[in-house]
Structures are given as structure tokens and as C-alpha cells.
Design a protein around this ligand. Structure first.
Ligand SMILES: [Zn+2]
Ligand SMILES: [Zn+2]
Length: 105
């Protein structure tokens, strides 16, 4: 697969070929049709957050089609169109979480 990566903090974007990964247990693989690059990716590219490992492929908001299923997947099927947004986890107890709005947690 083709990817655009950054090899070091502050480095230039580089188009590379990578092996297509197999989905792990509880994961699906998405063939990406489009990928947004937002300001948090700019932080990754410039190394503005601690603990970032390189090379790194910025971009975490994608639209595409599920093309393979890992073990224990029952809610998704190959060929389904999906969109993926950023989600860094949630606590289930703050006010937004209690209203089912996990993103601002
Ligand atoms: Zn983002
Ligand atoms: Zn929360």
C-alpha cells in the first residue's frame, strides 16, 4: 500500500510503499479512499508532543471500505463503507459521556 510518512520530527513528507497489514483480533482493515490531515497531525509531523515514534504516518480521520475482518468481528462485514474519526478514549462518567457524547471527554 502507498502511505505518506514523516521520518523524524520536523521532517518532510515522503511517499512510501508498505506491506498491507492483517487485521488483529477485534479489528477490521479499511481500504482508505480519503484521509483528512488535521492540526493534531501537524503536531505529530513537527514533534510537538512527547513520545512520538518515527517514522509516522499522519492522518487519523478516514473514509473507506472494510476489506478484511480480524477474529471475533460480528458487527461488520467486508464491503461496508465506513468513516473513522479521532477518538482518544472516554471515561463513561463525565457529563458529556453520561449524555453519550464521548468526543469532548
Ligand atoms: Zn484530527
Ligand atoms: Zn468522559
Amino acid at each position: 500500500m502507498r502511505a505518506v510518512q514523516v521520518n523524524s520530527a520536523g521532517g518532510e513528507f515522503e511517499v512510501v510503499e508498505r506491506e498491507v497489514p492483517d487485521p488483529g483480533t477485534g479489528q477490521v482493515r479499511v481500504k482508505v479512499d480519503a484521509c483528512g490531515v488535521c492540526h493534531s497531525d501537524a503536531y505529530v509531523k513537527e514533534g510537538a508532543r512527547p513520545g512520538i515514534e518515527y517514522p509516522r504516518v499522519p492522518g487519523h480521520e478516514v473514509a473507506g471500505t472494510i476489506d478484511d475482518l480480524g477474529a471475533d468481528i460480528t458487527a461488520w462485514e467486508e464491503g461496508e463503507r465506513v468513516g473513522v474519526g479521532w477518538h482518544g478514549g472516554h471515561c463513561f462518567v463525565c457529563e458529556p459521556c453520561r449524555q453519550g457524547d464521548f468526543m469532548p471527554c
